[in-house]
Design a protein around this ligand. Structure first.
Ligand code: SAM
Length: 266
């Protein structure tokens, strides 16, 4: 996966991709992350990237020309003949993968684990456009991008932090990015976790300030541990994110148990 990040503050990204799993994924060639200064895609001597909004009002808006020019140049770099798509040959099998052009915006589709999975599976490269000020000229959303993505219902000052979140979430889903392939499969929201939250985790010491870790986890009894974890994941989801239970493929017995618990709570 190649990520191209387009920003007016390239220095913002010094650091966040230099640690842990993302750093290792870069070193192993699983991902390539390239930061582009939007100002270098301007043609005027002052490298102007923003202007006042038509119709008046506060703030500035990022101009369309540098963004279109940047995205088109970056795409052309990757594949001269077919900028919007390329053929990846992986372990002997040809796979069609596309280039995603993502605008980070509070008005976009909410980013979640299934979006991250879709990006990891569908795209071989992603260009992320980080907005600033009042946002980006709407013609970018209308005519340039494949996806408009929000990381939550709140407004940040720029798209750089959302871009970091997206790169991080997608990278850890790429083959071989995590030490253990199964860990991403069992994380909160994943298919193997039935879309539930992950179960609670404990480690040594078994007792800390008088609070004991559940004995069953220390018992070494794998069958009981698995049962406890399933129930604990259901309970945690019921408590923190009951909305996730509606779509979860649960056994009848589990649904009855959760219904009883919810009734008791009332
Ligand atoms: N005027 C815009 C609005 O009310 O929708 C907000 C613009 S915001 C101050 C500036 C930039 O930050 C946006 O163009 C976007 O790139 C980024 N941004 C802010 N909040 C975001 C969020 N929740 N998700 C993704 N990007 C966000």
């Amino acid at each position: 996966m190649r990520f191209d990040l387009l920003t007016i503050f390239p220095e913002f990204f010094a650091g966040p991709f230099d640690f842990g799993i993302i750093k290792r994924a870069r070193q192993q060639g699983i991902v390539e992350i390239i930061i582009h200064d939007l100002r270098s895609f301007t043609f005027d001597k002052h490298h102007v990237v923003d202007d006042r909004p038509f119709g008046g009002g506060d703030g500035m808006v990022l101009k369309p020309e540098p963004i279109f020019h940047a995205v088109e140049s970056i795409l052309a770099e990757g594949s001269a003949e077919d900028p919007a798509g390329e053929v990846i040959v992986e372990q002997g099998r040809a796979e069609e993968k596309r280039a995603g052009v993502i605008l980070l915006s509070p008005q976009g589709r909410l980013f979640n684990q299934s979006e991250a999975r879709r990006f990891a599976d569908e795209y071989s490269r992603m260009i992320l456009i980080c907005g600033r000020y009042e946002g980006v000229d709407e013609r970018v959303a209308e005519h340039l991008i494949t996806d408009e993505i929000s990381i939550g219902d709140y407004v940040l000052t720029g798209g750089e932090i959302p871009a970091m979140a997206l790169v991080d979430a997608v990278t850890r889903l790429l083959p071989n990015a995590l030490g253990s392939e199964t860990s991403a499969l069992r994380d909160s929201f994943s298919t193997l976790a039935c879309g539930l939250l992950d179960f609670p985790h404990y480690t040594r010491p078994a007792e800390f300030r008088g609070w004991r870790a559940p004995d069953v986890l220390i018992s070494g009894h794998h069958g009981e541990v698995a049962k406890w974890r399933r129930r604990a994941a259901l309970l945690k989801t019921l408590k923190m994110r009951p909305d996730l239970l509606e779509q979860a493929p649960l056994a009848d017995e589990e649904r009855r148990w959760l219904d009883e618990l919810s009734r008791e709570k009332c």
